[in-house]
Design a protein around this ligand. Structure first.
Ligand code: GDP
Length: 445
């Protein structure tokens, strides 16, 4: 029997409505002890208006209670929710009275963990729940919502099914030689192994975009001292996060900020400029440039380009994406866009804000909406790693087929692929890993 757990599901801030949530066998009985109206006879999913009381019968709040009986609930167990006024004091008091009536505090993610253990969600859906809660762009939310709806499952389950068919056929022939079972011919499975490897490959290809959806576009702002990098960072972020100074080379450390450019989240790293010296700030800048998905090269357009500008331009040419910004355009232009070897060149003024909208639009064009954010994008490093292992095992199986290995040798690869896919869907995941996944959740989810 699952113990009844209780938590505030709406966070600890003042809001119009706050929800107390209970789940587990016996939770309706417990809820009834602190509510003025009968709940055990209340129909499923019907809001009932009444008073939430403490165990001595004093009224805490006037609220709505709703009962969802197993298995038709989020957790798959009986659940009750109280929709209260969203005062943290009211909710804390309500929770205390539920504990006094027999519930115990829920752990992080315990509601969703129960949903997973009761088969209401597979692990891809459960992990997407946390991604959905943490999503900070519309695209990230749309992708996570698609995965809560089972989009990843749709890709992985058919692969898992084909591999199960192959394994069960092989074992059936081996274990029941007298039965009338069709001979096991590996070559019959070549086409399906190939198409499974193809589906996994296509999924793995989405991870580059997925990483950006999850973490934002890692962006390095580079340029020689005093061209306006910190000013640009501040203009994009909207407040003075970086220290702006007109003494060259004083931005010693790198600072990082997160900013929304159109519908793209940028993680901006302001750099100390690329010098040939080995000081810590510069080393860090080089590293930022190496790791960046996007480089914003900034030059001072009010003076001609210098040799130092040219050296930095060289270093930017290897970046996956780069935009050149001719800054200080409010002071006139000494730098022609055609002098800069970048696909995207935008004159801006970090001081007046001129050109920043163009910059945001350009970033969106480069990063937003390569593939549809409908859940088909792999965003999670754990899932990526497991799918990569599954893919490699399938490649090894296909290689084995070509070389004519024995079925039992090939089966090892197929089983390894199934094991890896199972880690993503939850079919074969270890308990300690499951526990860690749910620890990422907040209490009440
Ligand atoms: P960094 O060393 O590249 O980070 O440069 P800063 O952002 O510290 O800017 C250096 C100087 O240039 C400061 O005095 C800024 O106020 C000034 N500055 C930055 N951007 C502009 C701009 O667009 N127009 C003008 N007129 N001055 C700017």
């Amino acid at each position: 029997m699952s113990h009844t757990i209780a938590a505030v599901s709406t966070g600890n801030q003042v809001s119009a409505i706050g929800i107390l949530r209970l789940s587990g066998e016996g939770c309706i009985e417990i809820a009834e002890k602190v509510f003025s109206r009968p709940l055990q006879t209340s129909p499923n999913r019907l809001l009932v208006l009444g008073e939430l009381r403490d165990i001595q019968g004093r009224t805490i709040d006037q609220c709505m209670a709703v009962v969802s009986r197993a298995p038709h609930s989020y957790t798959g167990e009986d659940t009750v929710e109280f929709h209260c006024h969203g005062s943290p004091a009211v909710l804390a008091e309500g929770l205390r009275s539920l504990y006094a009536a027999g519930a115990r505090p829920a752990q992080r993610g315990e509601f969703t963990k129960r949903a997973f253990l009761n088969g209401k969600l597979d692990l891809t859906q459960a992990e997407a729940v946390i991604d959905l809660i943490e999503a900070d762009t519309a695209d990230a939310a749309a992708n996570a919502a698609g995965q809560v709806g089972g989009r990843l499952q749709k890709v992985l389950l058919p692969v898992y099914d084909h591999l199960t068919d192959l394994c069960s056929h092989f074992h059936a022939v081996l274990d029941y030689p007298d039965e009338d079972i069709e001979d096991f011919g590996l070559s019959n499975y070549a086409a399906s192994l190939r198409s499974d490897a193809k589906s996994l490959y296509a999924l793995l290809q989405t991870y580059g975009q997925g990483r950006i959806l999850r973490q934002g576009v890692k962006t390095a702002i580079v340029g020689r001292p005093n061209v306006g990098k910190s000013s640009l960072l501040n203009a994009l972020v909207g407040f003075d996060r970086a220290i702006v100074t007109d003494i060259p080379g004083t931005t010693r450390d790198t600072v990082e900020e997160s900013v929304l450019a159109g519908s793209t989240r940028l993680r901006l790293v302001d750099t100390a400029g690329i010098h040939q010296t080995a000081d810590i700030g510069v080393d860090r800048s080089r590293k930022a440039l190496e790791e960046a998905d996007l480089v914003l090269f900034v030059c001072d357009g009010s003076v001609p380009l210098t040799a130092e500008d040219q050296a930095i331009i060289e270093a930017c040419l290897d970046a996956p994406q780069a935009i050149a910004l001719i800054n200080k355009c409010d002071l006139g232009t000494q730098v022609e866009p055609s002098a800069l070897p970048f696909l995207n060149v935008i004159p801006i003024s970090a001081a007046t804000g001129d050109g920043l909208e163009l910059l945001r639009g350009c970033i969106d064009d480069l990063f937003a909406g390569e593939s549809k954010c409908d859940g088909s994008i792999l965003t999670n490093p754990r899932q990526y790693d497991a799918c990569r292992r599954a893919y490699e095992s399938l490649l090894s199986a296909l290689q084995g087929l070509k070389l004519g290995v024995t079925p039992d040798a090939l089966l090892l690869d197929v089983e390894a692929a199934m094991e890896a896919i199972g880690e993503v869907t939850g079919a074969t995941v270890r308990e300690d890993i499951t526990n860690r996944i749910f620890e990422r959740f907040c209490v009440g989810k």
